[in-house]
Design a protein around this ligand. Structure first.
Ligand code: C5P
Length: 230
């Protein structure tokens, strides 16, 4: 994998036109385009189909969670869009196995969302999960997702090395919260540089604003790629 293959650009825009424009600027310069909930509710699925049709790798960040039959059917529908990655909350085996069934023998890669990185131990207690740190819960869920046939997990860079020990080399680890040196932290709290995240075991890096809000997004990608190459 080249350094740029590792870069997943989060196309977090309010309109499909702005997202399409950014994708056009970055085509061939990054590995994957991520379309999340904001864009999905404003035409993002159309853009996902369009980019996949042009041969781009598309990551649909839908974070599915529902009864098994619905998760299975939704995953099956997503697998027909031609996208490469889909996220599902890795909270129980029923959900995970339903997604694996829905994916069938298509090439869609399933990624488990372990613990949202904005949650701390107090938030978990509120959910009725006491006695487990977010890191330990993330590890438990990552292993469960892998055992159910998932291809990888989304996790904070700060937990990547710990989770890699349990997952082995074959599963994918994808980390958001990436900030190149000197970049604004925005609303992320625990950030890591691109090189630190890869050193910690990340296969792919989800990067949004440091690229999409940069004065020159192409230059921002080139700088990140240079950092990763060195
Ligand atoms: O702009 P920024 O680089 O912070 O964007 C990060 C992307 O990763 C956003 O699309 C955000 O929704 C996503 N994400 C995250 N933290 C998580 C899961 C997903 O920042 N725990």
């Amino acid at each position: 994998m080249t350094p740029t293959d590792r870069i997943i650009v989060a196309l977090d825009f309010p309109s499909i036109e702005e997202a399409r424009d950014m994708a056009k600027q970055l085509r061939g310069r990054v590995g994957v385009f991520k379309i999340g909930m904001e864009l999905v509710y404003s035409g993002g699925l159309e853009l996902a189909r369009e980019l996949a049709g042009q041969g781009e790798k598309v990551f649909l960040d839908l974070k599915l969670l529902d009864i098994g039959h619905t998760v299975m059917s939704a995953t099956k529908a997503v697998s027909r869009l031609g996208v490469s990655f889909l996220t599902v909350h890795a909270v129980d085996e029923k959900t995970l196995l339903a997604a694996v069934e829905g994916r069938g023998d298509t090439a869609l890669k399933l990624l488990g969302v372990t613990v949202m990185t904005n949650l701390d131990a107090k938030d978990l207690e509120q959910q009725g999960i006491a006695g487990l740190s977010p890191r330990d819960l993330a590890q438990k869920r990552a292993v469960m997702a892998a055992n159910c046939g998932f291809d990888g997990v989304i996790t904070s860079g700060h937990e990547a090395a710990f989770i890699r020990q349990s997952l082995g080399a074959q599963k994918l680890i994808i980390t958001p919260g990436i900030r190149p040196a000197g970049a604004d932290i925005d609303d992320q709290s625990r950030v890591m540089s691109p090189a630190q995240a890869v050193d910690a075991g990340a296969d792919y890096l989800v990067i949004g604003r440091p690229i999409t809000q940069a004065e020159d997004p192409v230059k921002a990608v080139e700088m990140i790629a240079r950092e990763l190459a060195s």
